[in-house]
Design a protein around this ligand. Structure first.
Ligand code: AMP
Ligand code: ZN
Length: 491
């Protein structure tokens, strides 16, 4: 398949879309800032990984050999990005009266469950911060003499020692600095701790010996070290949510610059990654989504309410990753209907193919009838991951008439390799999740719906309404207006 449209990606560092030119020909090496595993991820967090997954899938689609690394932060991320507050992990462990290690394991598994449910591909490597502490200490030692100073509370990075500190950040410096709390003895407001000493007389659950005394690494140090250790500087692309553009990533870049200069790496290596990409936020009507506000929007909550997780993935794909996306239950419902339409098309095709292969590679190569659509799809995803446009092309292919069904299925599956909606394996029945709070079985719902259909056919509307009310009382809402015959959902 021809996937030769030029790939351009928006680089937050240069603030423009740039042609992708890999450091190593034919390869793409990507690092994504992963979750801090002190709590369940909310669906906004998961938007960041759907974005990183689409990026990785696009690079694979374009023929690059992809190495994707996502980290798991299990130490060092403070309650305030800007160097103050408690360690998020320590605080949760204290609140739940559990060891940090147990907390980390529990929430890492919960995160991975969401990753699987959203059909996010496994990266080449998950790096866990606590596995890299010796390398973090070595990295810090390497830059300490020229770029750091020691205070009672830790080893601090002096941001004036690197060129053009903070060029990635968008927030006005004043506002940025306003957020950074002062620590006695800090030379500049933006200086940050790369090693945090355990205060005298205290013992932390997670602490390591270092040349600066017992303590723990700073969060920014972790990502510099893990990305450099696994991918090597410079690598191609570093991703994260836009909040990281303001403090976390500028600090990573500063450390990478210091490390690369100290180690005689050339200019191109200075920022660590050539391209820095950031997804915008998923927001609620009331503002930015957060783990502490109101109803905690976990993927599991969506599932409990009867929405298939891939409907959420589709909702993400409907917006460009650099646009803010507002979450609403109506929007999620519409995305579910859209997904259902695609699956109906796939199921109709499958019914026309004598033996449907279990794996995409066994499908025929889509021929000339599809060339125009494939080219437009390629152009869309190559244009800084324009997934809204790509989805439309996918739907156009699904609607094509008078084409060979096996080839059409092959075309849909080839495009879905980028969008990741799992169209080949998912069935329409999979989409109909029983809401957790529904107090009837699926069979009972079906039986009542069948009786209601009969009543309506016989124009016995009183009985039809009574049956609808009966279901409503059990938490099931009947959706008559749905053109696709979506029979019920949680009321
Ligand atoms: P954290 O676990 O807090 O480090 O966040 C994990 C990822 O989710 C980071 O890349 C954040 O930038 C990103 N993120 C946090 N909140 C949102 C949101 N509401 N929408 C999209 N991405 C988010
Ligand atoms: Zn990071």
């Amino acid at each position: 398949m021809d996937t030769s449209a030029p790939l351009t990606l928006f680089n937050s560092l240069t603030r423009r879309a740039e042609p992708f030119q890999p450091v190593r020909p034919g390869e793409a090496r990507v690092y994504s800032c992963g979750p801090t595993v002190y709590n369940y991820p909310h669906i906004g967090n998961m938007r960041a990984y759907v974005f990183a997954d689409v990026l990785g899938r696009t690079l694979s689609f374009k023929g690059y050999k992809l190495t994707h690394v996502i980290n798991i932060t299990d130490v060092g991320h403070l309650t305030d990005d800007a160097d103050q507050g408690e360690d998020k992990m320590e605080r949760m462990a204290a609140a739940q009266k559990q060891s940090i290690w147990d907390i980390a394991e529990h929430y890492k598994q919960a995160y991975w469950a969401d990753v699987r449910a959203l059909n996010i591909r496994q990266p080449a490597e998950w790096t866990v911060a606590t596995d890299y502490v010796p390398q973090m200490i070595a990295f810090a030692e390497g830059i300490a003499a020229q770029h750091c100073y020691e205070l009672e509370s830790g080893l601090y990075f002096d941001v004036s020692t690197v060129a053009d500190y903070g060029r990635l950040a968008r927030a006005a410096t004043e506002e940025g600095e306003g957020r950074i709390e002062q620590v006695e003895g800090k030379r500049h407001a933006a200086d940050f701790a790369i090693w945090r000493k355990t205060p005298p007389g205290e013992t932390r659950q997670m602490e390591w010996d270092s040349p600066w005394g017992k303590g723990a690494p700073g969060w920014h140090l972790e990502c510099s070290v893990m990305s450099g250790a696994v991918l090597g500087f410079p690598f191609d692309i570093h991703t994260g949510g836009i909040d990281h553009r303001e403090i976390h990533h500028p600090n990573e870049i500063a450390q990478n610059q210091a490390h690369c200069c100290t180690n005689g790496l050339d200019d191109a290596a200075n920022s660590g990654a050539k391209i820095w990409m950031h997804n915008n936020f998923l927001v609620e009507r009331s503002g930015k989504m957060s783990k502490s506000s109101g109803e905690f929007l976990r993927l599991q909550l969506l599932i409990d309410k009867g929405y298939h997780p891939l409907a959420y993935r589709l909702l993400c794909l409907q917006a460009h990753y650099r646009s803010e996306l507002e979450f609403s239950w109506e929007g999620l419902g519409a995305a579910l209907t859209r997904l259902k339409r695609l699956l109906i098309a796939v199921e109709q095709l499958k019914a026309r193919i004598p033996s449907v292969p279990a794996a995409a590679v066994l499908l025929p190569v889509p021929g000339r009838n599809f060339a125009n659509h494939l080219a437009r799809f390629d152009a869309a995803v190559s244009d800084d991951l324009n997934t809204p446009q790509a989805l439309t092309v996918l739907e156009e292919v699904a609607a094509l008439k008078k084409v060979d069904p096996a080839e059409k299925l092959a075309a849909l599956v080839a495009l879905d390799a980028v969008l990741g909606l799992d169209l080949l394996n998912l069935t329409r029945a999979d989409l109909r999740l029983r809401p957790k709070s529904a107090i009837v079985t699926e069979a009972e719902i079906e039986a009542t719906l069948a009786a209601r259909k009969d009543a309506r056919a016989a124009k016995d509307f009183a009985r039809s309404d009574a049956l609808r009310d009966e279901l409503a009382a059990k938490g099931v809402e009947v959706m008559d207006g749905d053109p696709l015959g979506w029979d019920w959902k949680l009321g």
